[in-house]
Ligand binder design. Sequence first.
Ligand code: PDD
Length: 284
Amino acid sequence: MADSIKVPTEIAQQYFLLNGNILPASDFKQEETTIFPSVYEVIRVIDGVPLFFEEHLERLVKSLEILNYTLPWDESFIKDQLYRLIDLNQCYNYNIKIVINGLDTENKNLFVYFITSKYPPQEQYENGVHTILYEAERENPNAKVIAKSFRDAVTKKMAESNAYEAILVNQKGEITEGSKSNIFLVKDNVFYTSPAKDVLLGITRHRVIQLCLQLGYAVKEEAVPASFIQEADGLFITGTSPKVLPIASVDDRVYHSSSNSAILDLRRAYDALIQEYIKKSSVE
Ligand code: PDD
């Protein structure tokens, strides 16, 4: 076979786990993690605790179900693998990726590895980030399936515009989600986000909706016409790495999202929720 094409590798730290075996990062082959279909999860580790692990596992099982597969390992085995990886690398604050593929072959694979992770600096929480609109729809929005060509195209577009995230607009002209996040809009202290059927059901999205309700805000999960962003008071991104991240601009349009009181309220409550979860899991 000719030399394989070099794919940029996303692995971080010294060791990774493949089907329960410890391997050095130098043995990692990125292309083996993107064969179709590959389902995945990205879990943030804070103070050695995989944040919202139970919900990530549930979503992993759902992604497999959508493709008509079941999880071929015990859930406890997967949890053990995460803690093992954390111990092995002595890395307590970073993101771990789980990839499962090869399910219709004899070589089903479970990859567990740290991935190069980037968290927004404080300045981006305080000022917000730049985003762009991008016409695209993910096939099977509810499934977390690796779609390399989509990822490459959108990454290129974002780099050209110096954007933190691309907000996807579907064929009906509605805003659905970010390329790797969920999107919320706020108008008159009401939170709006696309309905569950049209998006990847972000763990952060779910927690944020619960929190907004607890804080006494109304949340509307309904189709958001792209024109609605002209009327919004503010917008923000939710996701494992960005948490609740205010948006300062969408293309040429500028927002004061980071000083919007409802968004500020939520951002603080979400940070407190993370601390609570970490504290609870550390004593268990
Ligand atoms: N992405 N929507 C899409 C399309 C995503 O890819 C992601 C996460 C989210 C946010 O989900 P969560 O709140 O569970 O992180 C929404 C990950 C992190 C990734 O692809 O790397």
